[in-house]
Design a protein around this ligand. Structure first.
Ligand SMILES: [Zn+2]
Length: 167
């Protein structure tokens, strides 16, 4: 059972499926790529929302998402798209990977990051519906960071710590 990432309303966008293990790595490296460059609430919320896609909280096979769900705002679309592309770029450069408790399989991580990057590239202003982020589980406010990994906590802790505890 894998997890599906897509943009269903766009026929130019190519969805992709990755394994549960691959998804854990993808979510972790995106969070690690972003926490240092997230300066506004939208960016911090987005990273927290991504981290909520934690296999140990919402279960295997449920952690993919449609990129139209990222809380895009038309008036700040360019800035938000730039931030998303920065995340995939920094993740591909292994930003903060030394904080991971394991050595991620590079080929699988790059596959997911390339596919996700392509999805973001095909996401245009016309696709933006000004829909707020929908939380599966709301995080505690104010947002706080994991003292070990520096990424934002979701409602039930840190997605990397949870992975480590579960082994
Ligand atoms: Zn942690």
């Amino acid at each position: 059972m894998g997890n599906y990432f897509c943009h269903l309303d766009n026929s130019d966008a190519e969805g992709f499926s990755i394994s549960n293990g691959g998804t854990s790595v993808f979510i972790a490296v995106m969070c690690l790529a972003g926490h240092e460059i997230a300066t506004n609430d939208w960016q911090k919320d987005l990273l927290t929302w991504i981290s909520t896609h934690d296999l140990h909280v919402i279960g295997n096979g449920n952690t993919g998402f449609d990129i139209s769900e990222l809380g895009w705002q038309a008036e700040r679309f360019d800035e938000q798209k730039r931030f998303m592309l920065q995340l995939t770029e920094r993740a591909r450069l292994k930003t903060n990977w030394e904080k991971l408790p394991y050595e991620p399989p590079m080929d699988r991580a790059v596959y997911a990051l390339d596919k996700f990057d392509a999805l973001v590239h095909t996401f245009e202003l016309e696709h933006c519906q000004n829909t707020e982020l929908q939380w599966m589980i709301e995080p505690k406010r104010p947002l706080i960071r994991c003292p070990m990994h520096d990424i934002f906590f979701h409602s039930q802790g840190c997605v990397i710590c949870n992975d480590e505890i579960a082994g």
